[in-house]
Design a binder for this molecule. Sequence first.
Ligand code: ADP
Ligand code: MG
Length: 262
Amino acid sequence: MTPFDDDKPLLIAEGLTKYYGRQLGCRDASFELYEGEVMAVVGESGSGKSTLLQMLSTQIEPTSGRILYRMRDGGMKNLWEMSEPERRFLLRTDWGYVHQDPQHGLRMGVSAGGNVGERLMAIGQRNYAGIRATAADWLGRVEIPENRIDDTPRTYSGGMRQRLQIARNLVTAPRLIFMDEPTGGLDVSVQARLLDLLRRIVSEMRIAAIIVTHDLAVARLLSNRIMVMKGGEVIEAGLTDQVLDDPHQPYTQLLVSSILPV
Ligand SMILES: Nc1ncnc2c1ncn2[C@@H]1O[C@H](COP(=O)(O)OP(=O)(O)O)[C@@H](O)[C@H]1O
Ligand SMILES: [Mg+2]
């Protein structure tokens, strides 16, 4: 692998805009994300967070704007000028996507070990014993007891499913991970444990991440930078601590003082 050029962004979003027919989803979002950086996207329900994340992860095509991504060889590529197989290859290798609902990110009828191992096979690993050992190691890292490796996620609790989804996504050592409300439907105590785990793993692996959340505590804990969205637009952006400690926009001030329902 070419040594990474740290002063060049991993991803550049320029004027990303999505209309669903006449309904605005997201307008003119621009930012740069660097290697190892964690960016939170916050805002109330309907503000355009998921639309932005789905454009960035190439699940929906922008109405206008473009996304440039730094490939492992150092070259910048426009994601929508790539072929579909190239994009799918990126999703399997360089990227991870953690869904709010783990059922969407896991194969519920396949064993936990299989869920993790499958991602390794997708990048060409063929040694069964090696795959199983790596899967077992990852289950340990996300605090799933090793004796549950052959059970399907159907038998798991919500928190365990979410941790398994994280293991499945991280086992291939992606450079960028997308997360949409990763602690969404979980109990508060389970959320805290998951957040702790996420923070540790993301910083250990130096993975860049874009995390959509309506929970400012999640943004505070996990992110270096934050973008605040409202009505489909980014209204404030900056270093997380600065924005949350000294918000400039009245709407962000309301969000921070928890006056707005989310
Ligand atoms: N598939 C869709 N068809 C039509 N409108 C949509 C669709 N998805 C999202 N929207 C609209 O786009 C706006 C942004 O939605 P979304 O990105 O889901 O916000 P968030 O994730 O912040 O809750 C909302 O007004 C929503 O109703
Ligand atoms: Mg959403």
